[in-house]
Design a protein around this ligand. Structure first.
Ligand code: NAG
Ligand code: NAG
Ligand code: NAG
Ligand code: NAG
Length: 188
């Protein structure tokens, strides 16, 4: 009886250890597979929606750029982001702001957000270099769009991320065309 009792105890201990090892392996697998990844914001296109310009009697420019921004959530959980803005900068001065409203994005999905930025006229015309650029017919802008938010999986695994996309934009005033090159930076 005592022999079988001991055998049973050893058996139980071995079974417990095995269960523990399996449990640890499952948790590790779970964390590796479901580990939150950074949602990513990418500017897909920059278009010139509207432009009015004049050099005389005084330099004048009124333009609206349309930005199409793609937000990609690679996670097995949702991504919730705060209110943010897209900014337009000309020769170091902020010349336009456009809101990107807070939102929510489902697991493993991609959405596109459209936003228009119109120049703040007053800011722009102070710049002397603006006159020269307008004469040459090419105006260079930088746009920055950023999202900040939380990606969560089963409300347990959470990660805070911010993703920025910066574009260098050249607007050709006469042909009314734009060229742009964009890059994305992600940070935890
Ligand atoms: C620029 O154009 C928009 C739309 O046509 C207009 O509402 C706005 O007043 C214009 N701005 C200037 C400074 O003319
Ligand atoms: C941006 O401008 C385009 C064309 O002018 C218009 O169709 C669109 O509704 C605007 N989008 C937003 C978000 O204001
Ligand atoms: C504007 O950008 C274009 C393309 O990046 C560049 O070739 C040009 O020199 C820039 N112009 C100015 C005035 O910075
Ligand atoms: C994104 O841009 C904002 C404002 O321009 C800045 O505060 C933030 O550090 C940037 N984040 C990254 C990841 O570059």
């Amino acid at each position: 009886m005592s022999c079988c009792g001991r055998g049973l105890k050893i058996c139980l201990v071995v079974a417990c250890i095995l269960l523990l090892v399996i449990a640890v392996a499952l948790v590790v697998l779970f964390l590796v597979v479901l580990k939150p990844k950074e949602p990513k914001i990418t500017t897909k296109s920059v278009t010139l929606d509207r432009i009015q310009s004049a050099i005389l009697p005084r330099p004048f420019l009124n333009l609206t750029l349309g930005l199409v921004v793609e937000v990609k959530n690679p996670n097995y959980g949702s991504f919730r982001y705060d209110d943010s803005n897209a900014y337009l900068v000309y020769r170091g001065d902020l010349v336009g702001v456009s809101p990107i409203p807070a939102g929510y994005q489902k697991a493993r999905s991609t959405q596109t957000i459209r936003t228009n930025i119109t120049l703040m006229a007053g800011e722009f015309l102070k710049d002397f270099e603006f006159y020269g650029d307008l004469l040459k017919g090419v105006l260079n802008f930088t746009s920055t769009s950023s999202l900040h938010g939380k990606a969560s999986i089963f409300k347990v695994l959470k990660t805070e991320v911010s993703s920025n996309c910066t574009c260098e934009i050249s607007v050709h005033v006469d042909s009314q065309k734009t060229e742009s090159s964009c890059k994305t930076v992600v940070r935890h």
